[in-house]
Design a binder for this molecule. Structure first.
Ligand SMILES: NC(=O)c1ccc[n+]([C@@H]2O[C@H](COP(=O)([O-])OP(=O)(O)OC[C@H]3O[C@@H](n4cnc5c(N)ncnc54)[C@H](OP(=O)(O)O)[C@@H]3O)[C@@H](O)[C@H]2O)c1
Length: 251
């Protein structure tokens, strides 16, 4: 595969790059932290890995990456839109800045790649776009309301895109993850000596699941399995009741 991934400097994105490069695929990754990207590049030491420092909220930077890819004739067959922030908002205040940053990163910062690349593929080459969503697309989160909204918005946009383009050889897939052991939100980070709960998956397992989803003909994926059970069996419950029943799963 020839892959493009947003958010490769840590967590699931970083694990994904390692696994794809080890399997012989080509990867072009982006993120904001240059030191982390350089470190990853050094560790991989592979001509199959390319990276650019880019903030997905900055349209000029995004357009420059596109231009760089076009100039290098790097047209991916798989786009993995993984970059996101999850910023804790302590009660009772609500910050417009946090909402803006979250929506611009997680929703606009993913859709912009579809907007900028889709014309290249229409009627010519096959390709797929994979959105990384979350259980929080279906489960309101009082600690980060914009995060839940951004993940629901991204998933809905991809469901619409799937319907819209399914006759054009362009596939749109959504992967919904339950908790993954990364540092995306400080409240998810285990303290020294604390064991990772059994229901929290590792970034390596999460990235293996994305790679499997990339070669599957399906378009909606859940990981781990209980995410699908929670959403399908209990998703119809009133929010307050659902929260009471499932609250202990929330980290
Ligand atoms: N961890 C979980 O429990 C969990 C659960 C469900 C879904 N997910 C989803 O999984 C995906 C990966 O998250 P993760 O858990 O691996 O978290 P992470 O380790 O914090 O990774 C997030 C990545 O996104 C990048 N990023 C953030 N803002 C960016 C921006 N403005 N421009 C470019 N890159 C940006 C970060 O790089 P820089 O900071 O260097 O820019 C980082 O590489 C996200 O979509 C997340 O919503 C995670």
């Amino acid at each position: 595969m020839r892959v493009f991934i947003t958010g490769v400097s840590s967590g699931i994105g970083r694990a994904l790059v390692r696994q794809l490069i080890a399997a012989g695929h080509e990867v072009w990754g982006i993120a904001r932290r240059e030191d982390q990207l350089e470190e990853l590049n050094k560790e991989l030491n592979s001509s199959k890995f390319r990276y650019t420092v880019c903030d997905v909220k900055n349209e000029n930077e995004v357009r420059n990456v596109r231009q760089e890819m076009v100039t290098s004739s790097y047209f991916p067959d798989t786009f993995i839109l993984n970059a996101a922030v999850d910023i804790e908002e302590p009660l009772p205040h609500l910050s417009a800045e946090v909402s803006r940053e979250t929506l611009r990163t997680n929703l606009e910062g993913a859709l912009i790649w579809v907007n900028l690349f889709i014309d290249h593929y229409l009627g010519k080459e096959h390709c797929q776009f994979i959105a990384i969503s979350s259980l929080f697309a279906h489960w309101p989160d009082t600690s980060s309301v914009a995060y839940a909204a951004s993940k629901a918005g991204l998933a809905m946009a991809f469901r619409s895109l799937w319907l819209r383009y399914r006759e054009y050889g362009i596939r749109f897939k959504v992967v919904y993850f339950g908790p993954v052991d990364t540092g995306i939100n400080p409240r998810f980070v285990n303290q020294a000596g604390e064991k990772v709960p059994r229901w929290v998956t590792s970034p390596e397992n999460a990235s293996r699941f994305i790679i499997k989803s990339a070669s599957s003909s399906g378009h909606v994926f859940y990981h781990p399995w209980y995410v699908s059970v929670l959403i399908k069996l209990f998703g119809w419950l009133p929010d307050s009741f659902f929260e009471t029943v499932t609250g202990s799963f929330k980290r």
